[in-house]
Design a protein around this ligand. Structure first.
Ligand SMILES: [Zn+2]
Ligand SMILES: [Zn+2]
Length: 230
């Protein structure tokens, strides 16, 4: 006779028992429709837009320094709930299923996955770097991809970007990150948890282009809708 039975897996959104597994234990099939993972997005900036075109008018007019951005969804509830749980409640076990979902949206993955560093004391306090964990989990999904965790260096804290104007945001990130070593490959992806204004990935992409990288993809869990930062 078994005295210890396995505890039922509970949905993190509604609290009910997960009866039908979606391949992970984060939420149940009743809550699945709350996630709008199939919204039409611009392939380049990752923002949603009303058209059947693959690239939005903004990116056609002023292309960003990267080629392609892949994200799971907008930085909105319920996806933002999981990002906050990972970061604030230190629940890194939630990263892997989200990174696997993101991997399924990536065609032709970059052979080199570059994580975004944190300040040493921030990483020490949190106990992990989310970008680094995501890069490892994505690399595990693709036999032809490997991680590079020491391409960039972070020198100082980046102020909250959404309260700054475009010039201030760029100045802010230029002061915060530098290139430590050139990547060994010409096609790379930068792995970030949330892309808000895009100022960080813009600066990091520019640093990579300066040392001869030819194609840059951005893989992130969430993209902040423009209406949230102006
Ligand atoms: Zn649920
Ligand atoms: Zn766009």
């Amino acid at each position: 006779m078994r005295f210890i039975t396995q505890l039922p897996k509970l949905c993190h959104l509604c609290g009910l028992t997960i009866e039908r597994s979606l391949g992970h234990n984060l939420w149940c099939h009743h809550c699945q429709p709350l996630f709008n993972f199939h919204q039409h997005r611009c392939q380049q900036c990752g923002l949603t837009f009303e058209s059947s075109a693959s690239i939005c008018g903004e990116c056609l007019k002023t292309p960003p320094p990267w080629d392609k951005m892949v994200c799971l969804g907008d930085y909105q509830h319920p996806l933002s709930h999981f990002i906050k749980r990972i970061k604030n409640n230190k629940q890194p076990s939630m990263v892997k299923p989200l990174a696997q979902m993101l991997s399924r949206k990536i065609d032709h993955p970059a052979p080199l996955l570059i994580s975004v560093p944190m300040l040493f004391h921030h990483e020490f306090l949190r106990g992990f770097n989310l970008s680094e964990m995501m890069a490892n989990d994505i690399a595990n999904q693709f036999s032809g991809s490997e991680c590079a965790h020491h391409i960039f260096r972070k020198h100082r804290h980046t102020r909250v970007q959404k309260n700054l104007n475009r010039e201030e945001r760029l100045h802010n990130v230029r002061q915060a990150f530098s290139l430590k070593r050139a990547p060994s490959l010409k096609h790379v992806a930068i792995i970030d948890d949330v892309v808000t204004t895009g100022a960080t990935v813009r600066h990091l992409s520019e640093l990579l282009l300066e040392v001869g990288v030819e194609k840059i993809d951005i893989y992130c869990l969430c993209r902040t809708p423009k209406s949230s930062y102006g």
